[in-house]
Write a protein that binds this ligand. Sequence first.
Ligand code: BEZ
Length: 193
Amino acid sequence: MSLNTIAINQRMDKFDNHDSVWLFGYGSLIFKADFPFIERRPACIGGWTRRFWQGSHDHRGTETAPGRVVTLAPEPGGRCHGMAYLVTPEEFAHLDHREKNGYLRLATEMHFEDGGSAEGIVYIATHENEAYLGPASEHDIARQIAGARGPSGPNSEYLLELAKALRDLGKPDPHVFEIERHLATFGIRQPQE
Ligand code: BEZ
């Protein structure tokens, strides 16, 4: 999986002359923001749905046993809830590096849960990237996640932390929660359960 999206993302200069830019997080960014930010606000974006369709061989899996992490799939009328971060444009160099295996920056409108909206950036991995795995049943996704572990830790930890973060936000996601339910049948549960 050698596609490296850093150079492509650095050509996306739409917000380079801004003092600050909104970044929409719908995956690990909801529960782990390992970068400085000015402000964060629960938000959603329209026309997309969260899916465990992107392969991970560098964070939550390996080349031989890739894990699965989230990307966004187009869904007319759909809505994806997450967390928006106001950051300085320099933070995107760090994010481009962290998400270099297939994620591309896309300009999007985001709507804050407490009102108002702003244009900003979201990272999306489409079917055109080499690490893309695509649709599978929630049962099969859970089985793959149960067996994957990478340098960032077990793939199941990522799923469970995301499910907890969405519960804490009050934004249930049927796809994520169904995978969580199947993981429990494999004996993998939230730590406090
Ligand atoms: C996130 O929202 O957590 C995220 C997902 C994919 C790439 C970068 C960030």
